[in-house]
Design a protein. Structure first.
Lengths: 222, 301, 229
């Protein structure tokens, strides 16, 4: 982890009416790291991730990604995975991926097949996504986030409802991506899965970052 | 420095507060005078008799409603372009060009189409430009949206008056309740559009309301001229426009009409002012709640 | 950051192809819409006795009101699939321009509503014994322009109503007032052709103006509506 930070967040505030989801988040994240974002429900983790993805406009404060505050300009370097699958239930895996690839200007199916194989799914599957198991759906959603080979991955609860072996496979995939130089942000409730892989654990509570630790052990409890 | 700015604000607030009741009294006086003029002093019309007096309510309400909706349109545009500097300067230039072009047209184009006076063309153009920059100067940021809401609400009220007085006038005079003529129908469509605008504001989630409402206002503004032209070809049954040439109007009647228009404008300004103050105060209260939520997360939600 | 035009057309084509393919596969919406159209024609025919002389005069209005109702029900489905798994987020995060999504959806709706019209028209002709006394070929541009007028605004307002409560009622609430001049033009043009009494030329010009003005407005404003959160 060297040189200038890839993402800088300054005094980020996001309010939904009277409710303040983010109450002044300031942080710098260096490139090439795997950051686990942890905290209780309502801590603001999802809102922070969505703000980084450009889906949520901050009420105040600024976000600098790859040197610019214009997030639309760098959106091709971002991969986003959310709690809903962001997929069309009625299409098969390859059909979903080749459609989303087109949105990024990718026309060959090779990258779609490669993305599916990377998450351990068979590109030849013709079943519609609605018939997938939850774990398969999560993996396909991750594949969609990887389609455009982004520099920054923003993953919101990728391991939820996924069985242990699939989760472990996803973690090792993330480790590979990190080794390839990508910066990865994972919001999760299952921090133990990333115990050995994450570079840093970012703890959030009530809309602010309370601490950043290199190891998972937490002294104080909520 | 901050103290002084706050002191200035306070003094400004106080002078506005004192001005309001004075203005209210003046408006009441003006309205009473206008009422007297319309119902008593104005000469009785030859063919229609006393029923014609409703004209002094029908026409000024229409003009007031159109003015208010125009201000709403200006606010909507400004709300949408304020973030984009290029779009903002384009809008500024369009406003300036419109005013200049209207003046030029008034001078150069002869003869103008029937019923249109050069002075009214020039005045309308200058009014457009003037209003655009006045709104920009005095209502910026979130106040643009507050003004948009206020003018929409009050505009709908005046528009309703037009749509009620129209049939009330038409029935005794022409024997029909409604006629699909140009101006009445355009007013009806404008009323429908702004009712849907108010419903959109009510039903949308609070963060997005200003943007969606502004977009709808622009659609409405694009629609009304098209409505006007579509019906213009189709049918015309409304009496000739009395201001700006065309049908002749007795100068005494014109005088009463203008007095009533002035009274209605003052009345509209009064209502808008108090509604605007209310809206701004409500937003300030929300902001205070939001600030509290920001400082102590457990106090909100 | 602007995409080369080839890529924009690619997005439109990919989205349109996907929508058509999905519609063809599930056939939910198509089947229910076809039946709904049939019902509408039958109900109208009962309400306005097709044997009366006046029917020919009002057939233009009847047909277009029926089309409008069918179109509104179809338009309500525009974004149903995208809502299910918050797919719109995936679209917003990608570099694909918002306008491409809009055009693809509008074109898809146009094809869908056109199919409904093609099915309802012979039924109306049959029930009302319609015969065009004027230049019948003009009915094609009228139908195309009129359908586009309803569809382009309908797709835009359907996206707007996504952000509101009472989603289903907001769409007609927003669409109908704005559609009035187009409706007037469509109805009068069709009546002019059917009765052969007047020229439909002015109405066609008005429809074209309406379509151009509102297509531009939708393209300019859709990005704002899509990204309003």
């Amino acid at each position: 982890m060297h040189s200038s930070p890839i993402i800088t967040v300054r005094a980020l505030v996001k309010q939904f009416g009277r409710f303040a989801a983010l109450r002044g988040v300031t942080a710098e994240f260096a490139a090439g790291g795997l950051y686990a974002i942890l905290g209780d429900n309502g801590a603001g983790k999802t809102t922070l991730l969505r703000a980084l993805a450009g889906l949520v406009q901050p009420t105040r404060g600024s976000i600098l990604i790859l040197g610019t505050t214009n997030l639309r300009a760098v959106c091709h370097e971002l991969g986003y995975m959310a709690h809903p699958s962001l997929l069309y239930d009625e299409m098969s895996g390859m059909e979903n991926l080749s459609y989303f690839a087109r949105l990024y200007g990718i026309t060959e199916d090779r990258s779609c097949a490669a993305a599916m194989t990377a998450v351990d799914l068979d590109p030849g599957l013709t079943r519609p996504v609605v018939q997938y198991s939850q774990g398969m759906r999560q993996r396909l959603s991750l594949a969609r986030a990887l389609l455009n080979d982004p520099e920054i991955l923003l993953l919101d609860e990728p391991f939820s409802n996924v069985d242990a072996p699939s989760a472990a496979a996803m973690v090792s995939l993330l480790a590979q991506m990190r080794a390839a130089g990508k910066t990865i942000f994972v919001v999760t409730h299952q921090a133990s899965l990333l115990e050995r892989t994450a570079d840093e654990f970012v703890w959030m509570d009530a809309g602010q970052i309370t601490s950043r630790t290199a190891s998972w052990g937490r002294c104080e409890s909520t | 420095m901050k103290r002084q700015a706050e002191g200035d604000e306070c003094r400004h607030e106080n002078s506005m507060k004192r001005a309001f009741p004075i203005f209210a009294v003046l408006t009441a006086v003006l309205l009473s005078y206008a009422l007297y003029e319309a119902l008593v002093a104005a000469p009785t019309e030859q063919t229609m008799g006393n029923v014609q007096r409703i004209f002094y309510y029908h026409v000024p309400s229409a003009w007031t409603a159109f003015l208010l909706f125009f201000i709403n349109f200006v606010c909507s545009i400004q709300y949408l372009v304020r973030r984009d500097k290029v779009a903002d300067s384009i809008a500024n230039w369009v406003a300036i060009v419109l005013g200049v072009a209207a003046c030029a047209a008034a001078v150069v184009i002869r003869p103008l189409p029937s019923g249109v006076e050069p002075s009214s063309v020039a005045t309308t153009g200058l009014a457009i430009t003037g209003l655009y920059f006045l709104v920009k100067r005095y209502f910026s940021g979130s106040r643009t949206d507050a003004l948009a809401l206020v003018t929409a609400e009050v505009g709908v009220v005046f528009c309703t008056v037009v749509l009620v007085t129209g049939p009330l006038w038409a029935r005794p005079v022409w024997g029909i309740w409604w006629t699909w003529d140009v101006r009445l129908t355009s007013t009806l469509v404008l009323w429908l559009i702004y009712i849907s605008y108010l419903m959109l504001r009510r039903f949308s989630a609070s963060g997005q309301t200003p943007v969606l409402a502004a977009a709808l206002a622009i659609f409405g503004a694009l629609d009304v001229p098209l409505v006007y032209f579509s019906i213009w070809i189709f049918r015309t049954q409304h009496p000739q426009p009395v201001i700006g040439g065309g049908g002749s109007i007795d100068p005494r009647m014109l005088h009463v009409l203008l007095i009533n228009w002035l009274a209605f404008l003052c009345f509209a300004a009064l209502i808008c002012w108090s509604r605007y103050r209310l809206e701004v105060l409500q937003r300030e209260v929300e902001e205070i709640h939001a600030m509290k939520g920001l400082q102590d997360p457990r106090s909100s939600g | 950051m602007s995409k080369p035009p080839g890529a924009v057309a690619g997005v439109i084509q990919a989205t349109l192809a996907k929508d058509l393919r999905l519609e063809w596969r599930s056939k939910d919406a198509i089947n229910s819409m076809l039946f709904f159209s049939l019902l509408v024609v039958v109900v109208f025919s009962f309400s306005f006795d097709p044997n009366a002389e006046e029917s020919r005069q009002i057939a233009g209005g009847l047909v277009w009101v029926a089309f409008l109702f069918a179109a509104v029900v179809a338009l309500g489905q525009t974004w149903a699939r995208e809502l299910r798994n918050q797919v719109l987020d995936a679209y917003r995060v990608s570099p694909a321009p918002a306008n491409s999504l809009f055009l693809a959806k509008a074109l898809g709706n146009f094809i869908f509503v056109a199919i409904l019209e093609l099915l309802m028209t012979p039924l109306f002709i049959m029930f009302y014994k319609l015969r065009a006394l004027g230049p019948a070929w003009q009915l094609i541009p009228i139908a195309a322009l009129g359908t586009w007028a309803i569809v382009v605004n309908g797709t835009f307002f359907a996206a707007m109503s996504l952000r509101t409560r009472s989603r289903e009622i907001m769409l007609p609430l927003l669409l109908f007032p704005v559609c009035i001049p187009a409706l007037l033009a469509m109805v009068n043009a069709t009546t002019a052709i059917l009765t052969g009494e007047l020229s439909a030329k002015f109405w066609i010009v008005l429809l074209t103006t309406y379509d151009v003005v509102f297509t531009i407005a939708c393209l300019l404003l859709f990005e704002l509506v899509l990204h309003a959160e």
